[in-house]
Each structure stands twice: as structure tokens, then as C-alpha cells.
Ligand binder design. Sequence first.
Ligand code: BES
Ligand code: ZN
Ligand code: ZN
Length: 519
Amino acid sequence: MKITVQKGDITQVQADAVIVNLFEGVKKTVGGTAAVDKALKSAISDELRLSSAFSGKLGETCVLNAYQAIPARYVIVVGLGKAEEFDSAKIRRATASAIRACQKLQVKSVTSILPELSKSSSSEGQSPETLARLLLEGTLLGAYQFTGGKSKEKLKKAPQRVQKFIVVEQDSKKISAIKKGVKMGQGIAGGTNATRDLVFDSPNHVTPTYLKKMAEALAKESAELTVKVLAQKDLLKLKMGAFLSVAKGSDEAPYLIHLSYKPKLARGAKSKKGKVKKVALVGKGISFDSGGLSLKPPKSQELMKMDMAGAGAVMGVMKAIGELGELDVQVDAFIATCENMPSARASKPGDIVTTRKGTTVEINNTDAEGRLVLIDTMTYAQEKVDPDEMIDLATLTGAQVVALGEIAAASMGTCDDLIERIKKAGEPAGEKFWQMPLYDEYKASLKSDVADLINAGSKGQAGTCSAGMFLKEFVDEGRAWAHLDIAGPAYTTRDFPEVPRGASGFAVRTLLYYLYGLS
Ligand code: BES
Ligand code: ZN
Ligand code: ZN
């Protein structure tokens, strides 16, 4: 979709469809919506007065034919919900809903005003930049569709998609702020949609090698990103026995991918600000989780292409940062990627492996593989960059899905403040994180008779917490660390305007909101 920002009158723009908006229960239209209403001889007001089907509820849309009163053929009025309940997540939802209505009409070009500010609404404080960003987030997230698996023949026959999106604003003073917001929104939605593509796509396509190539491409495209890839022989040299034990059952080569974003300041530019904050992101990238010799039943294997959603989210975040830049935080992303397969070379239940840290682990269940690749990668991340904060993302446990469903991710770690800040960043981003405890008592379930630790010890009790506890064993004393188990929300069954059914791209927005301090 090509995006442009234009100064002018919404009723004059050449486009197939016009999107305007209004709050629930309003009697009188305002701003750009009023201008279109007037041009349409009060068709919008009449609809509000006479129809019980449209009252401006959040995400509700009403399609009117313009009958040549304006250049556009259709007018889509989208409900913003109650003015006093208006917030960032609602703007995203309303704008996503509007673009979906446009897709249904199969129009090529669309123009839209910013969501209307109203004196009584809670959005009054939001700047044109923020509104433009949210408009673009909603539009691009709502327009998303995964088409990577369809044949060319099928795609040719697919319905027309929106190709051109024009943001219109009357006030020339707001244009440069709107342009900034548009760029940010494009970056955030682009990162999320890239993650969705990775997670939706099939495991014979999105292999560890594919992820490696994508990381290399991101680093090539952005002057601010660098990449270092560790292959199997490097992992051997680094004595990553836990990571390698998962990879060895597969014919696909494993990789530890390190993407790094350094702000100019960290690259040596002079600044009075002093030290740059360093955040490390660690992603679980199991491109397919069969369970290994502790094989999953067929039904449970069906969606295990999504077991790289943590890595996918980290990749999406780095793609956005690479494009957007202008971030005064150093971000180092570590993606641990391999397949978990059964074979004559696969790890066996009972195997004991030595981690990079030196701790030994008895693998009693080869299906608890995520924690094995993560621990060596977390050890490496801490050695390599000594981060101020380390955040890992993983589709780690089925127990997380049982506990919180697809609605929220589980968060836990060593720093309540960091966990709280991530939760807070998730609110305007429209993503929920719920903290789970890491009680010392959970450690008892990780005891092995023959090694230092056992990888899957919980036996049906607090599986998410005991997995978190296992990871905690590999976090340095005093390190601020948050573990985000996204098993449920990463791949969903419910369709929302801004989140399609299936691969959601969960956590990309929250992390970008967190890093950029957005609201
Ligand atoms: N990848 C799975 C977790 C998972 C399950 C993600 C469902 C998304 C949806 C993970 O590797 C796994 O299999 N975990 C086991 C751990 C157990 C053996 C201790 C689980 O949760 O059953
Ligand atoms: Zn598993
Ligand atoms: Zn897994």
C-alpha cells in the first residue's frame, strides 16, 4: 500500500473511497466528517438519526454511496465508540475496521482524515503525530492478509486490495507532524506484519536458514543494524551443549543470530548524555517443534510452525528499528533457531548435556526444547553485551495457554519494575501481559537425581512458572530480566479488526512502544 499525506479538503480528494469518523451517540458531525456530511446533503446525519443499525459504536462501519456529490464513490463512516472511553487501542481498532470495510468494497484508493478530536473526549491530549501513527497502525494491521502460501493462479483471482492510502489534513501546520506519525505507524505495522508473515508461513519455508537470510537482509538494508551469525561449528566451540542437543536431531542447520542496533551515541558520537542503555532481546526460534523423541501427538504438531513466534517478534522489532532509527537505546537481538525433530541422531530422554554456563541438564523430555536453546543463548547474550535489561520471548509452554488463553502473555522475571513497564507499554499497544510468580519453591521441581537440573520436571503443576524458574538459573545475579511466554497470544483463533485470526505478531508493538516510549 502506497501512503501519502496531503493538505486539503477531504471532499475534493480523488480516491475511490473516503473514510470519516464519529463518536458514539453524537447528533452533530464535526470537522472533516461534517464537511463530507454537508457535501452529501446530510446523508451521514440522516443515517445517525434514522437508522438503528449505525450509532458510532467502536469499529462499527456504515457505507454510503456518494452519488457523485464528491469525487469518491463511497463514504465509509467508522464509529470511534464513546468519546470518554477513547484511547490509543480504540483508534487502532476503529481505523482497522474502516480499512477492512474498504477491502470488502474492493476499492483501489482510499483517503482518510485523522480521527476527530472532541473537546469532551479523552483523546484531546493526543497530538496529530500520535493520531497519524495510530491511524497508520490500524490501517496497515487491518489490511494485512497472509498470501505467501497461495498459488499465483489463486492470487490472480483474489479480490482487489487497497493500493493507495491518502491521509488528508486541512491545517498545513499539522502536516509535518502527521508525516512523522505516518512514518512511525508504517514502521510499527510493517514490523508486526513481517512477524505475522514469518509465523503464518510454513515450516518447510521458514527454516533456520530462512531466518538467518532475513536477518542478513535486514542488516544490509539498514545502516544502523549489524548482524553476526553463529553456525553449528561456532556453537560447538562455544560449548553450547543445550542448544546443540535440540538441533542435532534435524537435517536443518541451527543458527544463533545476533542483530545489533547501535544509536549514533553508542557508535562514538559526542553527547553530553553519557551512557547508552542496553537492552537485549532473546527469541525462541524453533522453526518446527515435533517434540523430538518425546513426540507430540499429530493434533499438537499441526501448529508447531508457530514455535518460532518469539524469534519472529524479535525479528519484526529489529526490522522496525532498522527502518525507523532515532532510538537512543542500544538493542541487541539474539535469535536461537533450529528444528526439534526425532531421528537416529536426536537427543534421548535421559541424555545429560553440559550448558555453556557449565551447569548440566538431564533431558527427561525432549519436547521441553525451548528452554534448552534459550539458556545457552541467554548466557551468550549476557557475556556479549552485559545488557541493562534482558527480555526473552518464547512460545514456551502449553501451560501458558491453559492459564491465560490467547488473550494475554505470561510475564515473569527478576525485576518487577521492568515487568510492570512492559505491561504498561502493552496497554496503548493493545497487548496484555500478566505477571506470574517465580517462587523459590518451584525450583524443587527442577531437581535431577543425576545432573544439576532436569529440563521438564513440573509434572502438570505450574508448567509456565517452572519453565521460567529453569531459565532464571541462567540469569546473572542482579540482572534485570523479563521472560515473556507468548504461547497463547502468538497464534489466535479469534479475529479482531487489527489482529487477524492466526499469526498475530504479538509483542512487536509492545516492545516498540516500550523502547520508543510511545503511548
Ligand atoms: N512449543 C511448546 C509449547 C507450546 C504449546 C507452544 C502449545 C504453543 C502452543 C513447547 O516446546 C513444549 O512442548 N512444551 C511442553 C513442556 C513440557 C514437556 C514440560 C509443554 O508445554 O507441554
Ligand atoms: Zn516442545
Ligand atoms: Zn517448543
